[in-house]
Design a protein around this ligand. Structure first.
Ligand code: ADP
Length: 771
């Protein structure tokens, strides 16, 4: 039978007039804290039983509380009691009195009493809760079979009821023997005892259920709090139950794995391995909860106990790409200590891991550098005691590396270097780096020279930790330096000696230079004097030649009119005279040119520049050698002047001098053959070339022939014929260079030469000179 709370039954309806049957008298109320009947029983179920029982036993029935208030609805009530007897005041009062007697709590057995109406019998039994009266079960409204109905009718009169109605109703009241009624009461009593037992049990059960519900509520709240706490954890965390099914999957975990809690909760069979590795696989949690014997080999395990494991591992399948994670998993146990699941927290430590790896790599690198360094490495603590030396330093000082540990730096310093070592330590104390040459003592007492470079070491808080020293063995260098110093001294003495010699020579050279300058000045004076002296007789020659020519033409030639042979001779004389005159003129110009050369070189030349077309000037130059060519019929002369040569802007006489000079040379050095003069425009320049088929010039002298007084040494006869001064080409080069042009020679020994002059064409702005 279930409790009221269990079924959620409503309280029975309050008693209403006319519904009361055998009502309970003033009986003590249930003790405080005793539950009500309806709190421990389902009134509806009791009602159904009461209805069935009343009908089966053919009695009326009702359950009231100890105060007589009905708990159930009346069952099987007779019209006699309900509508006839209780319709009269006396009948009602009698009924109440009878009920009160019946409602007295007795545990020993049912109470059976005659009703005030004499012929009717009622019975009752009480229901107790832990000895406390909580309800009275009333039955009755039957007529004692042994009673004479007429006697009962007397009661109708007594209470003043309608006798007819009374009789009629009485006829319908069930009749049974007192004995049978007694048995029914006994049966009810036993059932009531059962209910009394059940009341206690039900009450305890309902208390348990309440407690259970409360406990469940607490658990629910705790679960909720736990879920909130796990969600709140900054580390990705998940929890599985004893079957390995996921029961918590916090937000940080969702973020790390990209898998929502709702997709993971309830999943078992290592499904939580999927986001990390791409396939379902046990994680650390499965070791912690005993689902696997030992963590997989991929884990770098840091701590391992029966219930817990801490490890690091690189996982490849997370949405952010491969990550290195730290994980801790712990078994969760139930109240009896049995493993009921596990919890695992994960931390992304990729950055730290990478930094660790980089640090390890760099430490390894530095360790290797230090170990293989060519220099000694020495680490000292704050009291300058050795804490580390590399192999190189140990070798340098003849120790095994371990032997030097703990020994103070001072103990290795030779007496000679005490001061330098002190300076070094003072510098370190000031926080300065120091470099000192220090003589150190080896284990075998031999001493070596070293260069010790120290810098202070600090810890992370900036506290002085000692020093790092780099030590270089400079013994050999010191020896070399000593040898060098000696050598230098010797050298310096020698140099001093040589220097005084050189000073003497320099003085002599300076004097020679002064003498040369003087000679140069004298040469110039000489040149101008000689030139002047040459010009005076030349002027006479010119004057007389002119006079003779005129007299000869005017006075002698007319006399030869009748003598043709004489006339012809006369004309030749006149021609020759003009040649003498012309050559004298050219000689005069040549002398002038010598002076010009010295003027050009000294910068005193005056250039009579003008704009002109080179064709006419070149032809004029060509004509200047006609006299010579006449005497050299074996040399053909060919002049080719292009029609469209650009203008030149220069002194035309200088150009004539250059071209006629080249032509004279060409004729002079050509026994037989051709001399060709060509002039043409060439881009922004004018090119004038004099080519001959003469003796040619050796390749190695093609440049030097432009030097002053340079003549190609020859043993042939041409040299005899063509004696010159060696100045012509030098003048040509000076003139051409003055105008920004160039001159060069190409030649094939024995096959002729080509001299080319290139001069810049006149620019727009170069105009006719005023002269
Ligand atoms: P000079 O002709 O008066 O000796 P130059 O300065 O004009 O002086 O010439 C220098 C030398 O260059 C000449 O002595 C000659 O040896 C050589 N030379 C010049 N022009 C020619 C040429 N066309 N063929 C061969 N040799 C030449």
């Amino acid at each position: 039978m279930r409790s009221r709370q269990d079924k959620g039954q409503p309280h029975p309806k309050p008693r209403t007039d006319g519904e009361d049957g055998p009502s309970a008298g003033p009986s003590p109320s249930p003790a405080p804290n005793a539950p009500r009947f309806e709190d421990v029983f389902s009134v509806e179920e009791i009602q159904r039983f009461q209805d069935a029982f009343a009908e089966a036993a053919n009695v009326a029935s009702l359950i009231t509380d100890p105060s007589g208030r009905p708990i159930t609805r009346p069952s099987n009530f007779t019209t006699l009691c309900r509508d006839v007897i209780r319709a009269t005041p006396r009948g009602r009062a009698n009924c109440r009195r009878s009920d009160a007697i019946l409602g007295r709590a007795t545990e020993t057995g049912p109470t059976i009493a005659n009703c005030e109406s004499a012929g009717l019998i009622d019975g009752a039994t009480c229901i107790f809760f832990d000895g406390r009266h909580i309800a009275t079960w009333l039955i009755g409204q039957v007529v004692d079979a042994s009673v004479d109905l007429e006697a009962v009718m007397a009661y109708a009169k007594e209470i003043g009821a309608d006798e007819e109605a009374f009789r009629e109703a009485l006829a319908r009241v069930p009749r049974m023997s007192r004995e049978r009624f007694g048995k029914i009461c006994q049966a009810l009593h036993r059932f009531a005892n059962l209910l009394s037992d059940m009341a206690l049990t039900n009450h305890r059960q309902s208390e348990l259920i309440v407690a259970l519900r409360q406990a469940q509520e607490v658990v629910k709240v705790r679960d909720r709090n736990l879920a909130d706490i796990i969600d709140f954890l900054p580390d990705p965390t998940f929890v599985v139950d004893g079957d390995g099914a996921v029961v918590f999957w916090n937000r940080a975990m969702e973020k790390l794995t990209g898998v929502a809690a709702e997709d993971m909760l309830g999943k078992a069979d290592f499904a939580y391995g999927l986001p990390f590795y791409g396939y379902a696989t046990p994680l650390l949690i499965d070791y912690a909860r005993g689902a696997v014997k030992r963590p997989d080999d991929r884990y770098a395990v840091a701590e391992l106990t029966e219930d817990a494991v801490i490890a690091e591992v690189t996982v490849a399948a997370l949405p952010g790409g491969p990550r290195h994670v730290w994980a801790k998993a712990v078994a969760l146990r139930d109240g009896s200590g049995r493993i009921a699941g596990g919890i695992e927290a994960i931390r992304d430590v990729t950055d730290r891991h990478l930094a660790d790896m980089a640090l390890r790599e760099s430490e390894e690198k530095f360790r290797r550098i230090v170990e293989t360094a060519g220099e000694g490495v020495w680490v000292l603590d704050a009291s300058w005691r050795t804490t580390f030396v590399n192999r190189r330093l140990a070798d340098m000082l003849g120790y095994a590396p371990g032997e030097m540990l703990g020994i103070a730096f001072d103990d290795f310093v030779s007496r000679e270097s005490t001061q330098a070592a002190r300076r070094q330590m003072d510098g370190l104390r000031r926080g300065a780096s120091e470099v000192q040459e220090i003589r150190l003592r080896r284990k075998d007492r031999e001493e070596i020279w070293t260069l010790v470079s120290t810098s202070p070491l600090y810890d992370a808080t900036g506290e002085a930790q000692g020093a790092l020293a780099m030590v270089t063995d400079i013994t050999e260098r010191k020896k070399t330096e000593e040898a060098l110093a000696n050598h230098r001294q010797r050298l310096e003495a020698e140099v001093e000696e040589r220097t005084s010699d050189l000073r003497l020579q320099a003085l002599e050279l300076a004097e020679a230079n002064i003498r040369l300058s003087e000679l140069d000045r004298m040469k110039s004076v000489f040149l101008s004097t000689v030139s002047h002296e040459l010009r005076t007789p030349l002027t006479s020659i010119l004057g007389f030649a002119k006079l003779i020519g005129r007299d000869f033409t005017d006075q002698f030639l007319p006399l030869t009119v009748d003598n043709p042979a004489l006339a012809a001779k006369g004309r030749r004389i006149a021609d020759n005279l003009s040649v003498v005159f012309g050559e004298a003129e050219r000689l005069t110009r040549l002398i002038n040119d010598v002076l010009d050369l010295s003027r050009i070189e000294s910068g005193n030349m005056s250039w009579r520049n003008e704009r002109f077309s080179p064709a006419a000037v070149v032809s004029k130059a060509a004509r200047s050698i006609e006299g010579i060519l006449e005497q050299r019929p074996e040399v053909a002369f060919d002049v080719r002047v292009a029609p469209d040569i650009p203008d030149l802007y220069m002194d035309p006489d200088q150009l004539i001098q250059v071209v006629s000079n080249l032509l004279q040379n060409a004729v002079k050095f050509t026994r037989a053959g051709t001399v060709r003069l060509e002039a043409c425009g060439h881009g922004e320049t004018v090119r004038i070339a004099v080519a001959d088929t003469g003796i040619g010039i050796p390749l190695e002298e093609l440049d030097s022939i432009f030097d002053k007084f340079h003549q190609v040494g020859r043993s042939d006869t041409v040299q005899e014929v063509a004696k010159g001064t060696g100045l012509g080409l030098a003048i040509c080069r000076q003139i051409v260079r003055h105008y920004g042009g160039r001159i060069w020679a190409e030649s094939l020994l024995g096959g002729g030469s080509v001299f080319t002059v290139e001069l810049p064409a006149a620019k727009e702005t170069d105009t006719q000179s005023p002269s």
